[in-house]
Design a protein around this ligand. Structure first.
Ligand SMILES: [Zn+2]
Length: 284
């Protein structure tokens, strides 16, 4: 999956550090990121030294927000806007999930999630005052009313419904992602992830399930999610009643005739691979 970047090491412990010349810098402009792509689809982010060389001014360093590290290399975000320079261009954030440099794609997704949270947390939602960064942890604080804002992560389930040698696969209605997927949905306040599984399957395809087993999770920063993967079995009638607002298609597919496979990126696709190899029987 996209977060499996071993032997590289992702370190998201918060530090209140300053960038040095080789630190990598994220610059977002609306839904785009400043990046260099070569002919082989390798991606590189600008480094702080390149910023400094272009415009030698003191403020650069204080306008850089620390995000995380990979293999000891610091990743920061510049909060302002920068015109494209050198071979760097703005490109849509969503265009990178299939690229060869998996760790860069993971870094972009994660940075996007943080960027959106920082943008949405500039003002206190309780009293409207401008917030300030906490010095010790990743948190925004309101100096007027004391409200604290932690990064928001939305949990969502991915559900593989199986029935012997068949699996339920579907396509979303009105989404950019047009390939076959598994059922998915957000966890509501007051509900367990297992209850989300039962509710979403009933809402989207009108089926009952049993033997719900947790598989793995995946951070999916592009949409601000933590995805929780579950396998479960059909209980009772197999007739699908599709929610046409949510799904463009839903149907049963045999294990040896599945229309989508593991892509090494997403939890959904890894779960398809697990079923294709018959390994879901070993998940308890
Ligand atoms: Zn406040």
């Amino acid at each position: 999956m996209i977060q499996d970047i071993f032997p590289k090491k992702f370190d998201n412990q918060y530090r209140n550090g300053k960038p040095i010349d080789h630190s990598r810098i994220f610059v977002f402009r609306e839904r785009q990121i400043l990046i260099r792509q070569d002919a082989g689809q390798n991606l590189s982010l600008p480094c702080f030294g390149e910023f400094r060389k272009r415009m030698d001014r003191e403020e650069w360093q204080s306008e850089m927000q620390y995000y995380f590290s990979m293999d000891g290399m610091g990743y920061f975000a510049y909060q302002g806007d920068v015109e494209p320079f050198g071979e760097y261009e703005y490109a849509p954030v969503r265009s990178f999930r299939q690229m060869v440099s998996k760790e860069v794609c993971f870094a972009i997704m994660t940075a996007w999630h943080l960027h959106r949270w920082y943008l949405a947390s500039r003002y206190c939602g309780m009293c409207g005052e401008k917030t300030v960064h906490d010095a010790r942890e990743r948190m925004m604080r309101c100096p007027a009313c004391g409200n604290v804002i932690y990064p928001g992560i939305a949990p969502a389930v991915i559900v593989a419904v199986t029935d012997g040698n068949r699996i339920l696969m579907s396509k979303y209605a009105d989404r950019e992602y047009k390939k076959y997927a598994l059922l998915a949905g957000f966890t509501e306040i007051g509900e367990t992830a297992e209850e989300t599984v039962r509710r979403e399957v009933m809402e989207e395809v009108g089926l009952r399930v049993k033997n719900i087993r947790y598989y793995k999770s995946q951070p999916w920063g592009i949409d601000g999610n933590l995805l929780l993967g579950f396998f479960c079995e059909l209980e009772g009638c197999d007739e699908i009643h599709r929610d046409e607002g949510e799904l463009a298609e839903a149907g049963w597919f045999d294990r040896d005739g599945m229309p989508a496979h593991d892509d090494g990126i997403s939890l959904t696709r890894e779960m398809m691979g697990v079923f294709e190899r018959g390994e879901e029987k070993h998940i308890f």
